[in-house]
Design a protein around this ligand. Structure first.
Ligand code: FAD
Length: 284
């Protein structure tokens, strides 16, 4: 409860579907530990065109069952038929789920047609068409801009399309430079977009993995951070300790600067988020 008193914002935690029974058990334990931090919701990612699609539904049900807290499945449209998406929406609604993270997704390599809905704004429009106002719709935002966007202005306008189609709030791609976030939110305000844009927070635990992923998704690792992390070589413990300090500081700047909440990419672990909460004075 203290978290809400200190910054009066909402927190959420993201998981990805487990591949094994042991992975599912780990998520159960992590979600129960994170539930003690009183998050607004948990979310679970969705693999575009891949085999993890049903697992998203199973994972959100499992988390809801063990924590009693609201869960939001991610749903991406690329490569999918409208009929499949309609069915998933109706199933989620019947299960009492009322929040969804709506995405375009990325086409898995080697897969053919992009499907009937080409961009996330079309998916948001479709969700509103099928289920009206039932779902609170979250969409993705990119403070350092989406890697495929033509230019920054285009990307901002494309974000606005999602809001005009009915998105209620957004979660950002991760970033390490708080100015990119504040400038992004200012730019959105200038074009008349004022939905809450919640920073997505990526922990730093494995530098090689982070560098690879950041390259793919267009998130910049600033030189000062890269040099520091490279200097730890394969000392995972030193990377994790340093990472917790850096990310705690980032969260503090964001909250002090007025961010409406924080969304943690947990990587299916609870320890890093719990340590960050402690550093921020949000828990004992
Ligand atoms: P869009 O908003 O559709 O944008 C994609 C690109 O197209 C951008 O460059 C944009 O500028 C451009 N664009 C958008 N609309 C139009 C238009 N109407 N006309 C022309 N150009 C347009 N991926 C998954 O597969 N599963 C997940 O669970 C998942 N979860 C995510 C959660 C978050 C919080 C974030 C930030 C990303 C997530 N992703 C996930 C990754 C996401 O699917 C990719 O970044 C994907 O490349 C873009 O998805 P989007 O919804 O942002 O797409």
């Amino acid at each position: 409860m203290r978290s809400q008193l200190k910054y009066r914002v909402d927190y959420s935690f993201e998981f990805f579907p487990p591949k094994t029974d042991k992975g599912a058990e780990n998520i159960k334990v992590a979600a129960q530990q994170l539930a003690a931090l009183n998050p607004k919701f948990f979310s679970c990612t969705f693999g575009a065109g891949g085999s993890t699609q049903e697992k998203t539904g199973e994972t959100v049900s499992m988390i809801k069952e063990v924590t009693g807290i609201a869960t939001a499945p991610h749903l991406s449209c690329i490569g999918s038929k409208k009929d499949n998406i309609r069915q998933m929406l109706l199933d989620y609604k019947a299960q009492g789920i009322d929040r969804i993270v709506a995405l375009r997704g990325d086409m898995p390599s080697g897969m053919g047609s992009p499907g009937e809905l080409r961009f996330a704004n079309e998916l948001v429009e479709f969700i509103r068409e099928v289920t009206g106002d039932h779902f609170h719709i979250e969409v993705a935002a990119y403070p350092e801009f989406h890697p495929q966007s033509f230019n920054a202005d285009d990307d901002l306008k494309n974000f606005k399309r999602k809001v005009e189609a009915g998105a209620n709030s957004a979660i950002t791609q991760y970033f390490f430079n708080p100015d990119s976030y504040f400038r992004y939110v200012d730019s959105l305000e200038k074009i008349g977009v004022d939905i809450p844009v919640v920073p997505g927070i990526m922990p730093i635990t494995n530098y090689a993995q982070l560098a690879r992923f950041s390259h793919m998704c267009g998130a910049e690792i600033p030189r000062w951070l890269r040099k520091r992390l490279e200097g730890f070589y394969d000392d995972r413990e030193a990377i994790a300790d340093y990472g917790i300090d850096v990310i705690s500081e980032l969260c503090r700047s964001l909250l002090e600067g007025g961010a409406p909440g924080l969304h943690f990419y947990t990587l299916n672990r609870s320890d890093t988020s719990i340590k960050i909460f402690k550093n921020l004075g949000l828990t004992d």
